[in-house]
Structures are given as structure tokens and as C-alpha cells.
Design a protein around this ligand. Sequence first.
Ligand SMILES: [Zn+2]
Length: 348
Amino acid sequence: MSQAVVVDSHEDLASSHFQLGRDLLLDIGQLRAVDKYSGTAGTPTVCFPEFIKGNVRVVFATLWVSPHGYKEEDDPVSYRNAEEAHAQAMDQLNYYRSLEKSGHIRIIENQAQLEDQLESDSPKVGAVILMEGADPIRTPKETAEWFKAGVRIVGPAWRQTRYSGGTFAPGPLTPDGQKLMEELEATEMILDTSHMAEQSFYDAMKLFHGRVIASHSNCRIYTPTDRQLTDDMIKALLSRNAVIGTVLYNTFLDPNWEKNGKIKAQVTLATAIKHMSHIAELAGDWKHNGIGSDFDGGFGLEGIPAELNTVADLQKFGPALMQAGYSESDANGVLGENWIRLLREALP
Ligand SMILES: [Zn+2]
């Protein structure tokens, strides 16, 4: 039986390469054997051979650069101003371009390239470039240049940015953030609302009329922090025909799973499916769910649902959803088809 098509709507591949020095072309055994950051960032679960093994055909690959002062330890790869953010994000974009040149990925900028990627039997990962935290956009007007360079999705926030309140940083869109919304809409960029503070989120919903998504966000009803979506935010996204990618980070799935290094509750695929079902209930269907694993987001094997070992195991959501009583077509929607539908509608 051929494997279902999987889309993973959030992977910080470039930052994993630059900040953790991980060579994602290695197979998972080699990568784990040589990895220097497993102690702090967790055992690696992502590499290109595992994407291929799990038929992960499309990944939203981020440009994520770290604001200086966020990490306590000396962090040489972080930015202090827009110029530095811009330069570091450009390095990350060039990393993806070099992987494209060497034949390891296919950067997807338009519908034709998406269809090519889905039809092709050559084992390559398709990458839609997502900027997470918009500080690298030096002025709102520069949005068009990033679009030309291949970026198709922009999330204005991470923590606070020059444009938007973010996680642990409540607040509205700044005046530049309001202008950014106009530019994102004019360039037909997709807006990623993950990490946006509530006030910024609602500002953006009013000002931006293009396609919106949440690439990696869970339900606040189960995980009550400002990083996750309230029911009202989920409804606002659904009213715009968004897709929401469930993050497979245990702390975001069950905030009580661990305390002082001791595991209190096992997190499983069922825990993630609980978040997905909540969104499906609010939507009245399973057309708005996806997976935004964020497996390269600073946690590793130790922090993901028990049944999963690498990104190839995202396939396991298919049988798990069907076992939970959902249809095969709903399961395929979650695995990848919902994101593919959105990309078909939103890409130029
Ligand atoms: Zn994130």
C-alpha cells in the first residue's frame, strides 16, 4: 500500500542547520551519533531521509532568526536590529536555495511547482518558505522583495517584533505592523497567525483580507497559555477558511505532562487528536486540520508523543485517526490534503 501524502506545516530546518550545526542530509542514526545539542535541544527527529521515508512531500520551511537576549547563554547567531535579522534570514534562505541546487529539495513558489512536486516520483522534499517573526523585513515595503525571493508565508510575530505583539508579549500591531498587513495583502503573501498576541491577531484579522493560517498552534482550552488559540480565535480563523497545524510538542499538548523533570502523564497521538477534534468540532468538519510538528523547534524525541520516533512517523496519524472513528478521507485531510487544498488556492 502506498503511503498517504503528508504535509508538515512547520519545520525550523535552517535554524537547526545554523544554530545547532545539524547536517539534515545525514540519516537519523548518523545525525544522532554526531549531534552536539541533544542535551539542550533534544535528540534530533528530523532529517531529509526521514521526510522521504514518511512521504512528507511538502514542508513549510522557516526563516526563523533569534532575537538577541532571548537565550541566557551567549548566542552568536541572534539579531539586535532589523539589519542583522535581515542578513541572518537571507543566510537561511540561501541555505534552502543551496539545497535546491544540490537537488535535495524543491522550493515551491507557485501552483505549477506544487503539482510537479506532488506528481513527481523523485524523492525530494518540497519546501514552502515561511518567515516566522517578521523582523527580517526591514521596512513594510520590502515585503515584495521577500516574495520575489521565494517567501510565501509570513508570521509577523514570534516574541515581540517590530510589527506585532507575540508569545509572552501581549500587544497590538504597531503602526509598522499595520502597514505590513497592507503589503502582505498586496503581494498575496499568506499570513501565519501562530505566535501573534491576541490583540495583534484581531488587528490583523481586520486589516488583512488575504489567506490566513496558523502553521503551528494548539487549543488554549487544553493548554492555557497565550501561545495557543482561544476558541474565539479558532472560529475567526475558520471563518476565513484557514487550516490550523497541530504542534506535536508535549508541553503544548498537555501542559501537565511533566513536572521537575518527572513525567506525570504520557502524551500520545490521542492527546494530539484531542486538540484536532476540538478544532473539527468548532468547524463542523475535518477540512481545517493539519500537522505543524515543529519537530525542529528546540525540543526533540524526549518531548514528542510516545508513538513517534522521527518525522517519518507522522504517517501514524492516519491509522490513529481511523482507529478513533474518523474516516479515511478525514485522516488524509489531516495528514496533508487540507494543506494542499489551501496551497492550491493561495499560491500564485
Ligand atoms: Zn514557532
